[in-house]
Ligand binder design. Sequence first.
Ligand SMILES: NC(=O)C1=CN([C@@H]2O[C@H](COP(=O)(O)OP(=O)(O)OC[C@H]3O[C@@H](n4cnc5c(N)ncnc54)[C@H](OP(=O)(O)O)[C@@H]3O)[C@@H](O)[C@H]2O)C=CC1
Ligand SMILES: O=C(O)C1=N[C@H](C(=O)O)C[C@H](O)C1
Length: 255
Amino acid sequence: MIKVGVYGASGRVGKLLLEDLKSTPDMSLSCVYVRGTLDFSIDPSVLVTSDLKSFLSASDIIIDFSLPDACEALLEQATKTPKPLVIGTTGLNTHQLNLLKDASQIMPILYATNMSLGVALLNKLVYQASAALEGFDIEIVEMHHKHKKDAPSGTALTLSESAANGRGLNIEDVRVSGRDGNIGERSKDEISVMALRGGDIVGRHTVGFYNDGEFIELNHTATSRSTFSKGAIRAGKWLSDKEAGLYSISDCLEL
Ligand SMILES: NC(=O)C1=CN([C@@H]2O[C@H](COP(=O)(O)OP(=O)(O)OC[C@H]3O[C@@H](n4cnc5c(N)ncnc54)[C@H](OP(=O)(O)O)[C@@H]3O)[C@@H](O)[C@H]2O)C=CC1
Ligand SMILES: O=C(O)C1=N[C@H](C(=O)O)C[C@H](O)C1
């Protein structure tokens, strides 16, 4: 039985992880980290703690869906108490991403901005389309619920990297994240990533390739947040016996 610790357990995805783990063979919830008081009931066998060291020690693997600063604290403690980590938190800054990479030298870490099978495939398709559709303008639009804090979404940023890689470009050189005012014509290589927020949209990503006379749009829509929690649990099972290293969702899905 793989003992799972959930970080961000009171959140939208965290709560689903607790539910989904109940029906997952070979895995059980061992521990949740909470910084305040728990406002829902939980099996008394599960350790509820606000001490990161105890949290890590009580689990065989950790699944994290929290916020960037919380993820940073987890990574810092994990370097002293290493465990396989499935990280789903988005909006990490450069320092936090570097911390994650460094930590992966001493423990296996699977970092995915989107845990769904569909988006993992979409990234491959975007890379191929970007390489094949020379001269087409690439524009990415993402839509999420009004509570989402980071923008653009981690998924959209990863998709923009796939698109840039398909063209042999560095995304940092070509990404545009907003247009307003008398900005002039679109430049040839720019890849725009635009964020819309509203209501309860779980997650929608469209990558468009636009040319004179035709365009193609590749779209993925998550209709249930369970897609992410189930995907993270699948990733955790896969990661539990891996060597230290940084893994992607494509590694886990063998895409
Ligand atoms: N990779 C993927 O497939 C997906 C990634 N995400 C990402 O996962 C993250 C969580 O999303 P979501 O569940 O919607 O967010 P929520 O805001 O609903 O949940 C955030 C969780 O993190 C906890 N948290 C916040 N700050 C801290 C802190 N400083 N220390 C400890 N815990 C903290 C919150 O606890 P508290 O109750 O105490 O505030 C809460 O449990 C986001 O970054 C989101 O973008 C979301 C969906 C899919
Ligand atoms: O915050 C969310 O909800 C989501 N966040 C992830 C992201 O930033 O890409 C994944 C998913 O789209 C939902």
